[in-house]
Write a protein of this length. Structure first.
Length: 244
């Protein structure tokens, strides 16, 4: 089982979009679970568009981490993969962690005890919250989507600090890879992409192209068109993740 966290502390860096369509690609290659650790729950809205808050309250990632539900009852059947949904109640997670620090390791323990999936993809918040730490402690691979922003490198450095902190909890080395997203062919974009690739300690995977259809399909809660350029890009990303 490969556990993959998709994270970048900067908002608007295509984390959820990457999580959605990477999950779609991985689901064609093996049984896949996706976990929404962002209180905004945009990923949950994509996979469970017809579920009410009451349905999600029956089992979600917050209740799983706090011991109010078990693994089986936290899983919902999504479009093409199982999902443990997010909830706005994650706003209380940091308070719960202060009361019980073992929560930071709980997702890792639960996934290690329930190896029913080939792949697990974890979506994370755009900030250094307890949810991020939980995901970093749980995973083997960290994918860092990077969009062409002047803050991109600084945000990456902040995330690397958080990864270092999580390693003090687990004593394990993560595989950290960058996923360039929405880069065009301008000089500015090319220069930034080259700077990212120059970070020699970390692998840069194949880029996700700038494509309006990716945004449109995400907003419409639809799958990517078969064999389209975005479909092929995420399929390639899935293959590279599997090979790590």
């Amino acid at each position: 089982m490969k556990i993959i966290t998709v994270s970048n502390i900067k908002g608007g860096s295509a984390k959820t979009t990457t999580s959605i369509f990477l999950t779609e690609a991985l689901s064609r290659k093996g049984r896949t679970l996706v976990i929404d650790l962002d209180m905004q729950a945009d990923l949950t809205d994509y996979f469970l568009p017809d579920s009410s808050p009451e349905d999600i309250d029956k089992g979600n990632i917050f209740k799983l981490l706090t011991g109010e539900s078990d693994f089986a009852s936290s899983i919902h059947k999504g479009k093409f993969a199982d999902i443990i949904p997010g909830t706005i109640d994650l706003a209380y997670l940091t308070t719960r962690v202060f009361q019980n620090f073992s929560i930071l390791k709980k997702l890792r323990t639960i996934l290690n005890e329930n190896k029913d999936y080939d792949f697990v993809v974890i979506d994370t918040p755009g900030s250094a919250r307890s949810e991020l730490t939980v995901s970093l402690v749980a995973c083997d691979i960290i994918l860092v989507p990077v969009t062409p922003s002047k803050w991109a490198i600084r945000a990456v450095n902040l995330l690397l600090d958080e990864i270092k902190n999580s390693r003090e909890i687990t004593n394990k080395e993560h595989k950290v890879c960058f996923v360039p997203s929405m880069f065009g062919k301008s000089i500015k974009h090319t220069d930034l992409l080259n700077r990212i690739r120059s970070l020699e300690d970390f692998k840069t995977l194949s880029p996700i192209p700038k494509s309006e259809s990716i945004k449109t399909k995400s907003e419409k809660r639809a799958k990517l068109q078969l064999k389209s350029v975005p479909w092929e890009a995420f399929d390639q990303l899935a293959n590279e993740v599997i090979a790590l």
